[in-house]
Design a protein around this ligand. Structure first.
Ligand SMILES: [Zn+2]
Length: 61
């Protein structure tokens, strides 16, 4: 699984998401940025920032 934690981009935010594919993680993260952080326009740099912070999550807990 691929994991994105919003706190790596927005300090203090505890929201996170995980999905099988980066594209899905990015899609969810963008939706979160809009709904939770008031971002009306998602810039390419923000997408890059999200992608750069997606990391592998070990399947074994
Ligand atoms: Zn957030």
């Amino acid at each position: 699984m691929r994991l994105f934690e919003c706190g790596t981009l927005v300090p203090g935010c505890t929201w996170h998401t995980r999905a099988d594919e980066d594209a899905e993680v990015v899609r969810r993260a963008v939706e979160h940025m809009k709904s939770a952080h008031g971002e009306t326009t998602i810039r390419e740099t923000m997408v890059d920032n999200i992608k750069a912070r997606i990391r592998d999550e070990a399947t074994a807990a």
